[in-house]
Design a protein around this ligand. Structure first.
Ligand SMILES: [Zn+2]
Length: 254
């Protein structure tokens, strides 16, 4: 190959690289509430500041399907230059009250991972109701995944201690998926591990239970080709996560 051809090829590669979404940041929130009593709570004010930052810096919230395309290296660069997937664990009603209106107003998307048996429960920290889930899903703003049916515990440790079995785990995960599918009227394939705890055996059970897009709390970015079974997330649960912290976490991969 002649020098000029090599130079052109290098320039072309550089141009493609410059345009390519280099990573997918998956943000992990829990509760949104005006009173930040624990480190799992983000105040609505802080959440608004963070969404403002994402929008003003060219980040685009993507759907689960778009995230899947990105991880397969098939998300058109022109469509989404800086993809971000916004997720909430546990399914607290603060997500409906405070995050949903903000995301809807901004035409942003997000995912909530539900502990399915806790939907409609009104204990000290109220969870989402079926009616709220239906409204959020119908709006096109929210998608839903599983955070187990009724196993919101560190699963590998429980199994090692003999407090649960492979059979019980698979049964719980399958039940969560089937019930959610019944509510939503469409396939559910995504799962987030409680407390982010998992091992190889758990992964096998999750796959056998029908999940193909599995979220961890392992810190960092995701890249095309990095797969769907150990999706990394950047945690933003605490109200101490200011816009500056968000900027820094996005710049460094968590
Ligand atoms: Zn959780």
């Amino acid at each position: 190959m002649r020098f000029r051809q090599v130079a052109w090829l290098l320039l072309l590669c550089q141009a493609v690289w410059a345009q390519s979404p280099r990573y997918l940041a998956v943000l992990c929130y829990h509760q949104i509430h005006p009173i930040a009593e624990t480190e799992m709570v983000t105040t609505p004010k802080r959440f608004v500041q963070q969404m403002d930052y994402l929008q003003s810096h060219g980040y685009q919230s993507v759907s689960l399907h778009q995230a899947e395309l990105f991880l397969a290296g098939k998300l058109p660069t022109k469509l989404v230059a800086k993809p971000v997937l916004i997720t909430f664990d546990d399914g607290y009603d603060g997500v409906f009250r405070y995050a949903y209106p903000q995301l809807k107003k901004r035409k942003m998307k997000a995912v909530t991972f539900l502990v399915v048996s806790q939907v409609d429960r009104t204990q000290s920290t109220p969870h989402l109701t079926r009616a709220q889930v239906k409204e959020m899903a119908g709006s096109g703003v929210f998608e839903f995944g599983s955070h187990t049916y009724d196993m919101h515990v560190p699963i590998p440790e429980r199994r090692a201690a003999g407090l649960t079995s492979a059979y019980a785990i698979e049964k719980d995960l399958t039940r969560s998926r089937v019930v959610l599918q019944g509510w939503l009227g469409k396939p559910v394939r995504s799962l987030a591990w409680p407390y982010g705890h998992y091992d190889e055996s758990c992964l096998k059970l999750a796959r056998r239970s029908g999940f193909s897009m599995i979220f961890t709390t392992d810190y960092g970015y995701n890249f095309p080709g990095s797969g769907l079974l150990r999706i990394r997330r950047i945690r933003l649960s605490s109200d101490f996560d200011t816009v500056e912290v968000l900027r820094s976490k996005l710049a460094t991969g968590g």
